[in-house]
Structure formats: structure tokens, C-alpha cells
Design a protein. Structure first.
Length: 365
């Protein structure tokens, strides 16, 4: 089987904080903790979670704008940390980024044509004619007329600027685009246009997206798979269809319950999200979600839950909903109050298959 396009293994990023004058201890912001996922060619993986959960830090680590504290990032099976000059340049062509604020990420002194052909000109010299032809082609790809190439960012609407940001990302024909809150700054109707454009481009060019968003409506529209993050860790990763049909982690359930429902016939989950996200400088012990979790057991306060495969491609880190299987033990009975509303296939113990992180299980029921 060929390696996935992007593979992230146990990625961790701690930002050291400068100590106070009287303090000897250096504290760290645990922005990303032991995060693993992969993205295949032509796939859209969305990373979703509340503000501060580490989404943008992952994007920065992937783009090598920050160095990881631990873990690896592999492109086509090659660790990007070991890439030397030429290989690094080749890799940079393959991975491009689209930012949240199209205005601040576009050089106001360059016109649209210069902005979108600049990435190519970093690699090769273009004649005036070639530059114009490339600019016209890229503008057409993102649904704009060639005449736009002479305009400056200040003369364009928010949606046009974001199209320009996408055209610039497309210039080097990347395999993967990292889109960090790429539609958050846009009106809802423009958001839909940009999302549809991204999906059309994926169909046409086979691009993979790592799409970072806090907006579940956007995520449901565009994602093939979704990774839900809480305080630096992935707590659930599943196909978009499975996740929105049935959230397993109580945090995912609460996030979906808190999101506006486009479909009025859909029933909301009963779990509500209360309290603030704790500080990543001093995260809660055990499962970081336990202080806000209505299902928390004593074990949740003590042990970090491992990500447990659920047998349908979904992995979940929750002692209650996805307890790791105890070696050699018979499947136990789930506490019905904790599994109410869960499908039979998600029975916490009996259906945990191919468990990679096996730890001792203490049931509190
Ligand atoms: N350079 C830095 N130095 C110290 N802490 C940082 C740094 N960059 C990010 N952080 C912290 O790391 C944590 C994760 O931040 P990050 O921006 O990745 O979260 P996010 O999920 O993208 O949030 P948002 O949706 O608000 O952008 C936050 O607590 C943030 O304050």
C-alpha cells in the first residue's frame, strides 16, 4: 500500500514561557500534544475545535514555520525535518497555505497578477507574456476574469481577495493545501461560493486539503474526515458522515449540540458544553475534558485516555465511551446510563477492535 500524502506522527509542540523574575521554573504552553493523523491524495481532513486547542499551531508545524518539540511530519513517507535545500524547495512547492484574512496575507503593493504569479517566479523566471498567460489561467481557475490581474487587493471584495489567495496557492500546483480558517472572515453566501470552489478544484486537480475551522457547518459541508481537538489533543477522528450522524466523544457531542443546525429535523444531543477551556499551561490531569464532562469517572481524572479504534475507521479517546480493552478479559457490560443513545456497534468494550494502546481498565459502574 502506498504511503499517505501527509502523515503526522505524535506531533507535539510546547511553547516555553519566560519565567517571572522570582520564579525558577519555566512553564510551557502545551499547544499540541501527541497528535497523529494522515491525509491521502484528493482527501479533505478537517481539524475542528474551540479557540486555542492547537489547530493553527499544527498548520505552522506542517509548514515548518515552527519546529516541533517532538514527533514527525512525513510527506510521501519522507520526514520533512531531514530535507536538505533542494528537497526542501521541492516539498515547499507541494504544500501551500490559504490564510484566514485574505487582506493581510496579500501584499497591498502588488497587483493581482503579480500576487498570484509570485510563487512561480520564486522558482523560475517568467517572460512578461508567460506571466500574463499564467495569471489569466489562475484567475480563470478561481472563477475570475483576466482583467482582475491589474487590480490591487484594496480594489477587491473579501470574496475576490480569498479567491486570489487560493489562486496564489494553486500557482505551484500543490498536492496539499492547508486552509486555516479560510472562510471564517467571509459572509455566509461568499463562504459557500469559496467552499464550492475548493471542492471543484479538488475534483479537477486531485488536491488534498487540511482544512482548519471552528465552524461545524463549514466542516460538514467540505470534510471527508474530521479530527476533533481539545486542548492540544485529538479526542475523536472519524469520517464526516459517521461523526455528524453519531458523535461518540462527549466533547464532539457537545460541540455538535452547540452548533446551529441547518436541518431542523435533526435531533440535538443532550450534552451541553459548560465552563471555559482550561489553560494549556496547566491542563487538567487525566482526560483534559473531564472538568467539563457530564460523564466523567474517577479514572478520567487520573489517566489520559488513549485513542481507541472503534472498528469503523473512527478513533476516540474517552474512558467512558471508548474504554481500552483489557488484555485477556471478557467484554464487560456497559453502564446503560453512559451509553444511552449509542448504537449497538459502539458498545464501549465489545466492539473495540485492533486496539493499539491497551491500558488497564477500571470501571466505575
Ligand atoms: N508562539 C507562541 N507562544 C506561546 N504560546 C503560543 C504561541 N502560539 C500559540 N500559542 C498558544 O498555543 C495554544 C494553541 O494556539 P493555536 O493558535 O494553535 O490554537 P487555535 O486552535 O488555532 O486557536 P484559534 O482558533 O483561536 O486560532 C494557545 O493557548 C495559544 O495561546
Amino acid at each position: 500500500m502506498s504511503a499517505p500524502l501527509l502523515q503526522v506522527e505524535s506531533l507535539t509542540k510546547h511553547f516555553p514561557l519566560s519565567p517571572g523574575i522570582l520564579s525558577k521554573n519555566i512553564s510551557v504552553v502545551r499547544a499540541v500534544e501527541d497528535v497523529s493523523f494522515s491525509v491521502s491524495a484528493g482527501e479533505t481532513l478537517c481539524i475542528v475545535g474551540e479557540s486555542g486547542c492547537g489547530k493553527s499551531t499544527i498548520a505552522r508545524l506542517l509548514m515548518r514555520l515552527a519546529e516541533p518539540t517532538a514527533g514527525r511530519v512525513l510527506i510521501d513517507g519522507t520526514d520533512i525535518a531531514g530535507l536538505k535545500r533542494n528537497a526542501l524547495r521541492a516539498w515547499r512547492r507541494r504544500m501551500q497555505m490559504v490564510f484566514q484574512d485574505p487582506y493581510s496575507s496579500l501584499n497591498p503593493r502588488l497587483n493581482a497578477g503579480q500576487i498570484i504569479t509570485e510563487p512561480v517566479e520564486n522558482f523560475e523566471r517568467l517572460s512578461h507574456k508567460q506571466r500574463k498567460a499564467l495569471a489569466a489561467e489562475l484567475l480563470r481557475k478561481v472563477g475570475m476574469l483576466p482583467q482582475v490581474m491589474d487590480r490591487f487587493p484594496s480594489e477587491l471584495s473579501g470574496g475576490q481577495r480569498q479567491r486570489l489567495g487560493i489562486a496564489r496557492a494553486l500557482a505551484l500546483q500543490p498536492s496539499l493545501i492547508i486552509a486555516d480558517e479560510a472562510v471564517s472572515a467571509l459572509d455566509v453566501s461568499v463562504q459557500a461560493q469559496i467552499l464550492n470552489l475548493l471542492m471543484d478544484l479538488q475534483q479537477e486537480m486531485g488536491i488534498a486539503y487540511l482544512f482548519i475551522s471552528h465552524d461545524l457547518g463549514v466542516v460538514e459541508h467540505i470534510a471527508h474526515r474530521v479530527a476533533v481537538m481539545y486542548l492540544g489533543r485529538i479526542v475523536e477522528l472519524a469520517s464526516s458522515e459517521a461523526l455528524f450522524a453519531e458523535a461518540v466523544h462527549p466533547y464532539t457531542e457537545a460541540l455538535i449540540a452547540a452548533a446551529p443546525l441547518p436541518d431542523p429535523t435533526r435531533v440535538r444531543a443532550s450534552v451541553t458544553l459548560e465552563g471555559e477551556v482550561p489553560s494549556p499551561v496547566k491542563p487538567p490531569s487525566g482526560c483534559a475534558f473531564h472538568p467539563r464532562c457530564p460523564l466523567a469517572l474517577e479514572r478520567c481524572r487520573v489517566e489520559v485516555p488513549p485513542l481507541v479504534p472503534m472498528g469503523d475507521g473512527r478513533v476516540v479517546a474517552c474512558h467512558v465511551r471508548a474504554p481500552a480493552r483489557v488484555l485477556g478479559s471478557a467484554p464487560g457490560n456497559a453502564n446503560p446510563s453512559l451509553t444511552a443513545g449509542m448504537p449497538g456497534s459502539l458498545h464501549p468494550i465489545a466492539n473495540v477492535q485492533n486496539t493499539t494502546n491497551i491500558c488497564t481498565q477500571h470501571r466505575a459502574d
